[in-house]
Design a protein around this ligand. Structure first.
Ligand SMILES: [Zn+2]
Length: 383
């Protein structure tokens, strides 16, 4: 019988994003640039439904000298990329999301991918990895409230990836110090060598005349390990095996959305002013909660860049700040006492690119020119 212990085991170091130059780089290949992108905003932070990372890869190896940052890869942004001969488009929203069954000129999204391939332009998308990142899109949105922020915490928790994919269990196997034990050690080592994700973590002698092997292994390898142990003649050998499920460690400060607690309460009008100023917008849409007057005191703001309804709907806050919500979602919020500020979807995201450009510039060095698209804008305008 296995003793299955569910205690959390935090063996990995927390992943930290270091916003600094890694080296003076020259002649950066696409692979090395992508590695830097992944280091700065690990793709393991992205939502499971998302489609992030390198989405278009030209077949010929190329040096990346020019990168265009955009929120959305539209026709006009594509035109800009072609006319300025960029090597890579860093598109916050993934231009390929639903699976493509063909690449033709009859659909604008397919045509853009065709143009990227024809011009040997790579496309990379970080999307929700950049949302969840500490110092990412949502933290940038929270900067609207400047130094009046007492706390700013993610609404969900991001977890680090396993160092080895699917290596989810730690198995502690006591081995008798005799010929049978030696045979078991050899068998276990052969098994570990045959499973790509598995590894021997530790092999020590214990005070009571046993050795102990500690194996990191995927769940699928567990039956084989127990089968080997059961071949030992000592009574109920597998009874002494401990199997511990390894939990992914949370990454402090990373996750979706943010809940801000202000140091000093401010009016809803002041909140609107600060948001407009930060996002450089003339207009936002405001739904004021219940009977609240414009002078109500706002102490808490829950925000989510882009489309925040599903994330925000059960959060208790004085104000929701996001790009878009439906009519009925806004009605639900205001009837629960939460005012809503809507800025249009990409207006809550795009401004981050100017800040991110500096981070990328520090990481990639002087040899790579990085520009933020001039043609990229939200499709909706207040007229
Ligand atoms: Zn979005």
């Amino acid at each position: 019988m296995l003793r299955n212990c569910a205690r959390h085991l935090v063996r990995h170091h927390f992943q930290q994003v270091i916003f600094q130059s890694t080296a003076t780089m020259s002649s950066l290949t696409l692979n090395s640039v992508v590695d830097e992108f992944n280091r700065l905003a690990p793709l393991s932070l992205a939502e499971s439904w998302d489609n992030v990372g390198l989405l278009v890869e030209p077949t010929s190896a190329k040096i990346i000298k020019k990168i265009l940052l955009t929120n959305d890869l539209t026709n006009s942004v594509m035109q800009e990329a072609e006319s300025s001969s960029v090597d890579l488009i860093y598109s916050y929203h993934p231009p390929i999301f639903a699976p493509l069954k063909r690449i033709t000129a009859s659909n604008w999204k397919e045509k853009i991918i065709a143009r990227c391939l024809e011009n040997k332009i790579a496309v990379y998308s970080p999307h929700t990895a950049l949302d969840a990142l500490k110092g990412g899109v949502n933290d940038w949105l929270a900067e609207a409230f400047g130094s009046n922020v007492a706390s700013c915490n993610p609404l969900t928790t991001s977890y680090a990836a396993f160092p080895r994919r699917n290596c989810t269990h730690m198995v502690e196997i006591p081995v008798p110090f005799n010929p049978e034990g030696k045979k078991l050690v050899r068998s276990i080592l052969e098994l570990v060598a045959s499973v790509p994700e598995a590894r021997l973590e530790e092999h020590i002698s214990t005070a009571d005349g046993y050795e102990q092997m500690t194996i990191m292994a995927p769940e699928k390898a567990l039956p084989s390990i127990i089968e080997l142990v059961n071949q030992c003649s000592f009574a109920n050998a597998s009874r002494y095996v401990r199997i511990i499920r390894v939990e992914k460690p949370p990454i402090p400060g990373s996750g979706m959305g943010r809940l801000i607690r202000l140091s000093e309460p401010i009016t809803i009008n002041r909140v609107v002013e600060l948001v407009k100023s930060h996002l450089k917008l003339q207009h936002v849409r405001l739904a004021t909660a219940g009977n609240a007057e414009n002078n109500m005191n706002v102490e808490t703001i829950a925000l989510c860049a882009g489309s925040g309804a599903s994330l925000l709907k059960n959060v208790k806050a004085d104000v929701f700040l996001t790009g878009e919500m439906s009519h009925h979602e806004v009605l639900d919020a205001v009837h629960r006492g939460t005012s809503v500020i809507l800025c249009e979807h990409s207006n809550t995201e795009r401004g981050f690119l100017s800040k991110w450009k500096e981070v990328l510039h520090s990481a990639l060095g002087e040899d790579v020119q990085i520009d933020v698209s001039l043609n990229d804008h939200d499709p909706l305008q207040v007229v």
